[in-house]
Design a protein around this ligand. Structure first.
Ligand SMILES: NC(=O)c1ccc[n+]([C@@H]2O[C@H](COP(=O)([O-])OP(=O)(O)OC[C@H]3O[C@@H](n4cnc5c(N)ncnc54)[C@H](O)[C@@H]3O)[C@@H](O)[C@H]2O)c1
Length: 423
């Protein structure tokens, strides 16, 4: 079969590489971003994913930025972004664009699989009507549409495209089984056949919403425990030795990435259309969105102890990425903090080893030269080993650890004012 993967980002590229590596199917990758396509053609992964980079060295993946490459496809897999707009409204434009492109090539018997994260109802209410209208074909009769929500966790050393269990729903039980059998060809984990498209869509949304709510809970605890003077990290670590019914989540300077701070809005908005108000989910979003400003507030308080204001003070912001050891800046809390520090008049140095072009200095040493305060926004390995002695040698007076990644006890015996989130 010819399998075409639309969207060669964090989701589509590892998937296309895995299918090409472990099956006999003819895999075609398609992306509208020519720079990504050119990089893959050179065998270089444009995304930070070790497994994928390794796979691209072992196989030759056919990729193109021309939609004509989709001709004669049997199975289309859609892996394009599902962002939110500035007002947090879901933006289905990329998914609709990709599926519209698929319609130009769709033939009877073809299957469209959507891996992008979408709210319950998008397949039945938006995508199937779109395809039926554009092609005159009937879902479940002339073509099938399946949803297999992606769960990949870029940079995860253990879980990757080959071993993460998957859930699949489609237009009929037979179509679900056929799609599940395809995934069984290259995934060594449970492939669960679900009764409907809607339940598959909802499963992914609740996984990410579960995480957002739990992080909001500990972020709220961080604010409360700061007032109560209790070290929240110590408390969570202790609670986590309960062998059942507790799952540790940790507070931080904010929630970033393409999924956790985005996906809940898809459910919130769709439920609202049907008359349900997701108060709890909205509150979780509000709390998590408040964390960058809260972190800057902690910095202001600590500087105040030294009779300093943010305005005019030289401050280093370490980390731009939303996640450790990955060069992914999407929805990063660091960007919010950078803007707030800039707006408040800080003299800012910014350093992220994964984003040399977006850093305004060339090294960590340079970033810390003559600064009064440091804000750690990302727990990259390069930052986790920083010691009070090192900061002291640079003349730093205040360290705000937005990821609670430094050894707090070491700072207790130093002259540096250290403040974590809830610790
Ligand atoms: N990144 C993750 O960790 C992750 C995990 C699980 C699910 N998801 C979901 O998977 C989807 C894709 O996410 P991602 O992280 O891979 O995004 P990404 O931005 O890394 O990649 C998406 C790619 O799609 C391309 N694209 C956009 N419109 C296109 C079109 N019409 N035709 C062809 N290509 C097009 C873009 O150029 C980009 O290269 C999203 O719905 C996301 O929420 C992401």
């Amino acid at each position: 079969m010819k399998i075409s993967v639309l969207g060669l980002g964090y989701v589509g590229l590892p998937l296309a590489a895995a299918i090409a590596k472990l099956t006999d199917h003819n895999v075609q990758g398609y992306d509208i971003d020519s720079s990504k396509v050119n990089s893959i053609k050179q065998g270089v992964s444009p995304i930070d994913d070790e497994q994928c980079a390794k796979d691209l060295k072992e196989i030759t993946l056919n990729v193109s930025d021309e939609s004509s490459s989709l001709t004669d496809t049997d199975i289309f897999i859609v892996c394009v972004p599902t962002p939110v707009l500035d007002d947090y409204m879901p933006d289905l434009t990329p998914v609709i664009g990709a599926v519209t492109e698929v319609c130009n090539h769709l033939k009877k018997g073809n299957v469209i699989i959507v891996e992008s994260t979408i709210n319950p109802g998008v397949c039945d209410e938006v995508l199937i009507p779109l395809v039926e209208e554009k092609t005159g074909m009937k879902a479940g009769v002339d073509f099938d549409l399946a949803h297999c929500p992606e769960r990949i966790n870029p940079g995860d050393p253990k879980w990757n495209v080959y071993n993460i269990p998957r859930n699949i729903g489609s237009t009929s039980a037979e179509a679900t089984k056929r799609t599940a059998d395809l995934y069984r060809e290259f995934i060594d984990a449970e492939i669960n056949e679900m009764p409907s498209l809607k339940t598959a869509e909802a499963t992914k949304i609740i996984e990410n919403t579960f995480r957002d709510i739990n992080i909001a809970f500990v972020n709220e605890l961080a604010k409360s425990f700061d007032v109560l003077d209790i070290d929240l990290k110590t408390v969570i670590d202790a609670a986590a030795n309960k062998p059942f019914a507790f799952m540790a989540h940790y507070p931080s300077c904010g929630v970033g990435g393409h999924c956790i701070p985005v996906d809940p809005y898809y459910l919130i908005e769709r439920a609202k259309q049907s008359g349900f108000d997701h108060k709890f989910l909205k509150l979780a979003r509000e709390i998590n969105n408040s964390m960058p400003a809260y972190t800057i507030g902690l910095l202001a308080d600590e500087l105040n102890e030294f009779a300093r204001a943010i305005k005019g003070t030289k401050i280093a912001l370490l980390g731009l990425s939303y996640k450790a050891n990955v060069g992914d800046i999407r929805q990063s809390p660091s960007l919010v903090m950078r803007k707030e520090l800039h707006d408040k008049g800080a003299v800012l140095t910014v350093f992220d080893p994964h984003f040399p072009d977006r850093s305004n200095v060339d090294s960590l040493d340079e970033a810390l030269e003559g600064v009064t305060a440091v804000v750690i926004a990302t727990d990259h390995t390069e930052f986790k080993s920083l010691t009070p002695e090192y900061f002291q040698s640079k003349g730093v007076k205040v360290v705000i650890d937005g990821k609670n990644c430094l050894d707090k006890v070491a700072f207790d015996n130093s002259k540096i004012a250290y403040k974590g989130i809830g610790r």
